[in-house]
Design a protein around this ligand. Structure first.
Ligand SMILES: *Cc1c(COP(=O)(O)O)cnc(C)c1O
Length: 409
């Protein structure tokens, strides 16, 4: 199947009823015929459901769909993107270990990774992750290289092929958050990513109707290395999906941040239209970016597919058809930015992105409010910067709204 078909049919067998949508199994528990049967399921000797914190048919259908579209071997869902990120990272790092991460991370993830110092995990944040900086910073203690395919809100494009190559050579796990790029725009497994994470709350759901997260395990031989001794018992039993085997028997089980069956249903419905939506998001974002670039009240319009972008070359390499629907720009001061924001009528002021509805936010006073001034600078978050998540409305209406607000400042 081609990708657009997989979004709709990937890994799904019709139920015996013929229902074309996966039924929502709102059931916590599953009755079994005998104590022996339940014992064997608990021991992993028989397939089956026991309790929906651990697995559920609707959630499994969504996990299988995500494995199909990302070409992964196994997937684990979570109650939010943050829960997915936390348990995926914690599955590989422990006290005394090191992480290399890009500075262009979502604020929540930047904080999560920084907070791991409390359990003795050291993180080296790099402004640019490239061959040189990676090779200089990978040590025997490095367990993880972490980045976002397109950083939020820095919009830096990760040179995923180069990083994947160095991580392969050094035998270090490479984890990417592909929330902004979505499986439609890039397939990180092809470039050497070992683990792909999505906040499904954004483009995958598409209509902002449910919070969720997913961890895609691409399968890897790296867990055999001495660097990953804690995985060896799982490698012996589960081979290339040692990551998921450990995750499901430790972090995911311990934290219990399971995806709701209802969320899985909404996410399955959402992903069916991902191709169409992403095409429109990209097309509208490019038009808005070009429009903004021409206005003299605005500076620093940042959209990776603009020729003026620092990441234009990388965008051309990885995202010829558009680098998603997010862009940022600067208005001169926080006061002017606020004035502009107050004048918008169609564009919603809120903290979210990847919705069909266009929305905007002032990151410095909201999603990055807990970051220090120095961190904000590294994340390219300035006091006069706003982040626009361009929706799929008629672009003329989006431009009209922006134009009116610009005229008022
Ligand atoms: C929103 C977001 C997250 C967090 O996901 P939630 O579902 O809100 O918990 C993580 N990474 C990126 C890039 C995001 O945009």
């Amino acid at each position: 199947m081609k990708l657009s078909t997989k979004f709709i049919h990937g890994n799904y067998d019709l139920e015996s009823t013929g229902a074309t949508n996966v039924p929502i199994y709102m059931s916590n528990a599953y009755a079994h015929k005998s104590p022996e049967e339940l014992e064997n399921i608990f021991k992993g000797k028989l397939p089956g459901y026991v309790y929906s914190r651990l697995s559920n048919p609707t959630v499994l259908a969504f996990e299988r769909r995500m494995a199909s579209v990302e070409e992964g071997l196994a997937t684990t869902s979570a109650s939010s993107g943050m829960a997915a990120i936390y348990m995926a990272i914690k599955n590989v790092v422990n006290s005394g270990d090191e992480i290399i991460a890009s500075t262009g991370l979502y604020g929540g993830t930047y904080n999560l990774i920084s907070n791991l110092k409390d359990i003795g995990v050291k993180t080296i944040f790099l402004d640019e992750i490239n061959k040189e900086t990676l090779e200089q910073n990978i040590t025997d203690k490095t367990k993880l290289v972490y980045g976002e395919t397109i950083g939020n809100p820095k919009l830096d494009i990760l040179d995923i092929e180069t990083i994947g190559g160095v991580c392969k050579e050094k035998g270090v796990v490479f984890m990417v958050d592909s929330t902004i790029s979505t499986p439609y725009l890039i397939n990180p497994i092809k470039y050497g990513a070992d683990i792909i994470i999505h906040s499904t709350s954004k483009y995958i759901n598409g209509t902002s109707s449910a919070i969720g997260g997913i961890i895609v395990d691409c399968g890897s031989e790296k867990y055999k290395n001495d660097r990953y001794k804690i995985f060896h018992q799982y490698v012996r039993k589960y081979g290339r999906i040692a990551f998921t085997a450990k995750l499901r028997s430790t972090e995911a089980r311990d934290i219990g941040a399971a995806m709701s069956p209802f969320t899985a249903f909404l996410s399955l419905t959402g992903i069916e239209t991902l191709s169409l939506r992403m095409e429109k998001h990209c097309e509208n974002a490019m038009k808005v970016a070009e429009y903004l670039e021409k206005n003299n009240k605005i500076t620093g319009v940042n959209y990776p597919n603009l020729k003026s972008s620092k990441y234009y070359d990388l965008a051309t390499k990885y995202y010829q058809n558009g680098a998603s629907g997010i862009l940022t720009f600067r208005l001169g001061s926080k006061e002017i930015a606020y004035k502009f924001l107050r004048k918008l009528k169609l564009i919603l002021y809120l903290t979210n992105m990847g919705d069909c509805k266009t929305s905007i936010i002032h990151p410095s006073s909201t999603i990055c409010v807990r970051n220090t001034e120095e961190e904000k600078k590294k994340m390219s978050v300035y006091d006069d910067l706003v982040r626009l998540s361009v929706g799929i409305e008629d672009v003329d209406d989006i431009l009209e709204d922006i134009d009116r607000a610009l005229k008022a400042i």
